[in-house]
Design a protein around this ligand. Structure first.
Ligand code: SF4
Length: 285
């Protein structure tokens, strides 16, 4: 997050913040803002709100006090405290696992506690840790809860609902928006880190749609094939969608790693789907 550790990401339906066309809005807020913000007044507790909480946030206990029936998802961080420091595990709808030294340990803790987990900020994960997380997902014999994005992608690979990394990450142009702490709008935290913006938070949706970034994102897939880029010939494309070659945030290192990870996911899924012993569970959970 651009404003350092004293920020929180609040993930809620776009209509709650005046963006009815948008199913998902993520707002970066400063700690002080969180305590006073209007969004809490309009909460409908039957609907999910996701609040990403740094593990060592001083306002953790206060957040817990009004969590109620909300789906508040705890973020685990790289500090030494255990997962349950932020929220007791039975209050966790799911845990978000950011990259870092403790990430794989946190992932195993989630698996053991039966908490669904999601790897966040994928572009900040090392290829080795992504591979470790996938290995855990595919090989842990006692895992009963999903780990995203692997689970959605594995379902897609196995012939279930189509899903690529854009959808697994819920970063789809036209239905997701990310409002950074400095008041600028973009598609996701990754694009915010690369300084790619639709425009100011106070500008209209129509104006954002006219921005260069919006138009590039909308035309991204088509351009990949028209220009015969590597993505057009990549076997991972159905489950990636050119995620790592997005304009302004081209990331060849993760592109290379992703090809290998998808190849492994596909191989395991196909093996599981093959007739015969061990072919009953194509997603490996
Ligand atoms: S893995 Fe790389 S080359 Fe393949 S579709 Fe994704 S971004 Fe394109």
């Amino acid at each position: 997050m651009s404003a350092g550790r004293a920020t929180v990401a609040v993930d809620l339906p776009g209509e709650w913040v005046g963006l009815p066309a948008c199913s998902r809005a993520v707002l970066e807020m400063a700690e002080a803002e969180l305590a006073t913000s209007d969004w809490r007044a309009s909460l409908d507790v039957s609907r999910a709100v996701r609040v990403s909480v740094p593990e060592d946030a001083t306002w953790g206990p206060a957040l817990r006090a009004y969590s109620g029936a909300l789906s508040i998802r705890a973020v685990t961080e790289t500090r030494g405290a255990p997962l349950t420091t932020v929220l007791p595990w039975w209050e966790c709808a799911s845990a978000e696992i950011p990259p870092g030294r403790m990430a794989l340990r946190r992932l195993r803790e989630c698996g053991e506690a039966g908490i669904p987990a999601r790897l966040v900020d994928l572009d900040l994960w090392s290829g080795a840790d992504l591979a470790g997380a996938l290995d855990f997902y595919l090989t842990c014999p006692t895992l009963e809860t999903p780990i995203e994005p692997w689970h959605s992608l594995a379902v897609a690979v196995s012939g279930g609902s189509p899903c690529d990394l854009w959808h697994a990450e819920a970063a789809v142009v036209g239905s997701s928006v990310y409002i950074a702490a400095q008041g600028l709008a973009t598609l996701s935290a990754r694009l915010a880190r690369h300084g790619q913006w639709f425009g100011g938070w106070d500008e209209t949706w129509e104006r954002w749609r006219c921005s260069a970034l919006w138009r590039e994102l909308e035309g991204h897939r088509r351009a990949l094939f028209l220009m015969r880029t590597d993505c057009a010939f990549c076997p991972a494309f159905p489950w990636c969608g050119g995620f790592w070659t997005v304009p302004g945030a081209d990331d060849r290192m993760h592109c290379e790693a992703w090809r290998g990870l998808v190849a492994r996911l596909v191989a395991v899924a196909y093996e599981a789907m093959a007739p015969g012993p061990g072919g009953a569970d194509p997603v490996g959970t």
